[in-house]
Design a protein around this ligand. Structure first.
Ligand SMILES: Cc1ncc(COP(=O)(O)O)c(C=O)c1O
Length: 466
């Protein structure tokens, strides 16, 4: 997005270029006076507007946060105002707590997966993941299993960028130059079958594929030494690599292995919770019975920052034994403002039947997205609920992209056309290029159709240029 430095947005971009360090951004390459900076000015419903007044469908819900879109401000402002007047801040520290965090922890326990009763709050997803790791270590230590120092994660997974969470994130580019990881982690296959010898029967049949994945995992556990594994972390639907859904039986299989070898099973639901897959917790769709669940993003619908680590009774029975200190914490964990916003968001989601909206529309969205697979540039379409990705295939034998096609299409035409058509979607230009959507959960059928139409037009044009 190019903006003139004479416009108010241009001035903002120039100020940003001088003073603001953006996340995951080549900050020094934003052009003179930040001319390539996309300044988002305001939001309403499922739309955002840039500084030039152009409207876009927010096909990514912020960054998988804004479950409710942007029009609930009056209700959230009222909740925030009430909370700030009553108590602006108080930490959850040293046997002290405030009513709003207490109420929220009780509310979360009511909707959480089976056996989950307790919540440890934090500021965001990576902090929630680090908390899961420390609770897992503490749990094993209190049981006398101090040798459980390793984690298992899955290839291509993203679990955050703080030093601990980064160890569980499989992306050498992101680790550079911060390695070696703080947590010794073994990576095993994720559940993406696309591109893996598709004609082989074990990839086609769910039971056989699940058995193969679990056998690989079990072999990895045995190779590392089961007594060294503290936890396994996985997303119900893995975001990185493009909305990778699990085959039937996979999550129950993870539970069986966790029980067999005594490690804790962590479901990272930072993206998949709070309705994204049509359930409060995405793992519920797949029979997940995790020991620990990490959440963030949609917990407040993006109206305030918050992360949380939800912990099952089997774990709290150990870490809450008399005298054991949970020596972990964040000053702003469970901040009253964020807790009040999260509570209000859960209330609104129930009142306005947001999960029911996703459940009612998801088959239609699935059908629209699946039909994109007919386009030559689309190799695979994956996802569930309001969370979909198209994996793109290119001009080379075996589906890869030549450097020219990558530059022309994945880096050029596709993101440009999507923007021109008024859709914010995610275009990954990494190993396997992807186009991904995660629209606000308030989206109606017309909006979902509009998103699918824009994707179809754009990918059709790109196919013709292959
Ligand atoms: C699955 C998952 N876990 C953890 C994180 C880290 O969350 P945060 O950016 O809030 O630290 C993310 C962020 O996208 C995520 O997708």
């Amino acid at each position: 997005m190019t903006t003139s430095t004479r416009t108010p947005t241009g001035e903002l971009s120039a100020t940003a270029a001088r003073h603001l360090l953006l996340n995951m951004t080549p900050n020094g390459s934003l052009g003179q006076d930040g001319e390539n900076l996309f300044v988002v000015q305001r939001g309403e419903g499922p739309y955002i507007w840039d500084g030039t007044g152009r409207r876009y469908i927010d096909g990514l819900s912020g960054l998988y946060c804004c479950q409710l879109g942007y029009s609930y401000a009056p209700e959230f402002a009222e909740a925030a105002d009430k909370q700030l007047r009553e108590l602006c801040f108080s930490p959850l520290w040293s046997a002290s707590a405030h009513p709003t965090a207490i109420e929220l922890s009780e509310r979360l326990a009511r909707i959480a997966p089976v056996d989950i009763e307790h919540t440890f709050f934090s500021g965001g997803g990576a902090e929630a993941v680090e908390t899961a790791w420390k609770i897992a270590r503490k749990y094993h230590a209190l049981r006398g299993e101090l040798g459980r120092t390793k984690a298992i994660s899955r290839r291509g997974a993203y679990h955050g960028l703080t030093i601990g969470a980064l160890s569980l994130t499989d992306d050498p580019g992101l680790r550079e130059p911060y390695g070696p990881g703080a947590i010794e982690t073994r990576f095993v296959s994720n559940t993406n079958r696309f591109g893996l010898v598709p004609e082989a029967p074990e990839f086609l049949d769910d039971d056989a594929y699940t058995a193969m994945l679990l056998a690989e995992l079990e072999a990895a556990i045995l190779a590392e030494g089961p007594e060294t594994i503290a936890m396994l972390i996985a997303e119900p639907v893995q975001n990185r690599g493009g909305c990778i859904t699990p085959p039937e039986g996979y999550w129950p299989g993870l539970r069986t292995l966790a029980d067999r070898y005594g490690f804790l099973l962590v479901a990272d639901e930072v993206i998949t919770a709070f309705g994204r897959l049509g359930e409060w917790f995405g793992g519920d769709r797949y029979g997940a019975r995790p020991d620990i669940v990490t959440v963030a993003k949609g917990i407040t619908a993006g109206y305030a920052p918050m992360g949380a680590t939800l912990v099952s009774s089997r774990v709290t029975e150990v870490i809450n034994q008399p005298g054991a200190v949970l020596n972990h914490g964040y000053t702003f964990a469970g901040h009253p403002l964020s807790a009040a916003i999260a509570l209000r968001s859960l209330e609104i989601m129930e009142r306005d039947r947001i999960l029911e909206n996703v459940r009612g529309q998801q088959d239609h969205l699935a059908a629209r997205m699946t039909s994109l697979a007919d386009l030559p540039i689309v190799g695979d379409v994956r996802g569930a609920g309001f969370f979909y990705a198209c994996e793109l295939v290119g001009d080379l034998e075996g589906g890869g992209f030549s450097d020219t096609a990558r530059a022309d299409l994945v880096a050029g035409l596709i993101p440009r056309r999507l923007r021109e058509a008024g859709l914010l979607a995610r275009v990954y230009n990494r190993a396997a290029p992807l186009v991904q959507i995660a629209p606000p959960l308030i989206s109606d059928r017309d909006l979902l159709d509009r998103i699918a139409d824009i994707l179809a037009e754009t990918l059709d044009e790109a196919s013709a240029r292959l």
